[in-house]
Design a protein around this ligand. Structure first.
Ligand SMILES: [Mn+2]
Length: 363
């Protein structure tokens, strides 16, 4: 067994989730702080002493003091762990940065911001090589410095943030990280951040993704990586995320069992108050089925943290029985009566509408 540590990134503490209602956005914000406890628990369960956070610890360059204080308190509480914190593009280092504020206020010994690109000894024979962002747009591959970073013999663990060659979201190609950096800079492992899903990013290089999911995009979110330097290309993925974000599409056909289809989407045994669901309905359903669907979704909405239903692509299927039922004793009976009275008084539009309504009712 080699040196083992927990690799995480993209916490984005203080993210506000403004597109949700106030209660939901507050719950999501709170979940990101609670996540620190869950990361600590995952580290302890794997019997490790070091947590490496590969950038974007904070969502914003100038977070509110409450955000900074809460983050520090949560990490300080886990006294058995050392938290190595790298500035990323959301929270770059530099003059007047949040990192300066934190250090000026005084940090507990187990919190270690890595604001300069210099190797730091984590343990005897274990070096962390950081590539902190010191501006929003460095315009170069910050991991290049690893190649000239001398350390005494031992393990060299790179800690960096940004997109890599071949994929990533950085539009500035000059600052994209070389996929073979672990080879060219003689790294045991390259701990990366920026990509929000967990995935391999090159030679002995991985993204853990964000440990608390933050969008409906379906990639591997809510994980941390347990890394063993003996097997750097096969870290263990451990789930720590609290909220579940789903964006299912349900294709409907007339006369199918809609309730059964929904049972699968909203299982009874799950804690659905931690689910955010964006449901897209496509296909065809009769009016009666749509009403039943609406009633059911109203119930489910009460169980969920959030439900959005998109029915733009759902067509209404002709269904004689349900029209007749509504004409007999439903809301349409009143409409039919009014149309009929108006038509008798010579209203041509009402007469035409009455004719159409009768046509629907007769199929
Ligand atoms: Mn980033």
């Amino acid at each position: 067994m080699g040196f083992r540590f927990l690799h995480t990134a993209d916490w984005q503490l203080g993210k506000t989730f403004g597109s949700f209602d106030v209660e939901t956005s507050q719950r999501l914000q709170q979940a990101r702080f609670d996540m620190i406890d869950r990361v600590a628990a995952a580290a302890r369960a794997a019997d490790m002493a070091h947590v490496l956070v590969a950038g974007d610890v904070f969502d914003h360059r100038y977070p509110a003091q409450t955000v900074l204080s809460r983050a520090v308190d949560r990490m300080a509480q886990a006294q058995d762990l050392t938290w190595w914190l790298l500035p990323g593009n959301h929270d770059p280092a530099g003059t007047d940065s949040l990192w300066e504020r934190l250090m000026k206020a005084g940090l507990p010994d187990n919190l270690r911001p890595l604001i300069t690109p210099e190797p730091v000894k984590a343990e005897e024979g274990v070096w962390i090589l950081p590539a902190p962002w010191d501006t929003k747009r460095p315009g170069r591959d910050l991991t290049e410095t690893f190649q000239n970073m001398a350390t005494s013999p031992g393990l060299r663990i790179g800690l960096a943030h940004g997109g890599v060659e071949a994929f990533g979201s950085d539009p500035d190609e000059r600052q994209v990280i070389a996929q073979d950096r672990a080879d060219t800079a003689d790294l045991t492992y390259l701990a990366l951040g920026d990509w929000h899903g967990a995935r391999r990013a090159g030679v002995r290089a991985w993204y853990p993704g964000t440990p608390e999911p933050d969008s409906f995009t379906n990639n591997d979110r809510g994980k941390v990586l347990i890394v063993d330097t003996d097997t750097p290309d096969a870290p263990e993925l451990v789930t720590v995320g609290q909220f579940v974000w789903r964006s299912p599409t349900l294709e409907l056909e007339p006369e199918q069992d809609v309730q059964e289809a929904l049972d699968a989407l909203f299982p009874t045994a799950e804690r659905l108050d931690q689910y955010l669901v964006k449901l897209t309905l496509v296909g065809q359903a009769t009016l009666a089925e749509q009403l039943a669907l609406e009633r059911r979704l109203k119930m489910e909405r009460a169980r969920l943290a959030y439900l959005d239903v998109d029915t733009d692509a759902l067509r209404t299927a002709a269904d004689q029985a349900s029209w007749q039922e509504m004409l007999d004793d439903g809301a349409l009976a009143d409409v039919a009566k009014t149309l009929s009275t108006d038509a008798e008084q010579g209203d041509e539009v009402a007469e035409e509408a009455e004719r159409l309504l009768a046509g629907f009712a007769q199929g």
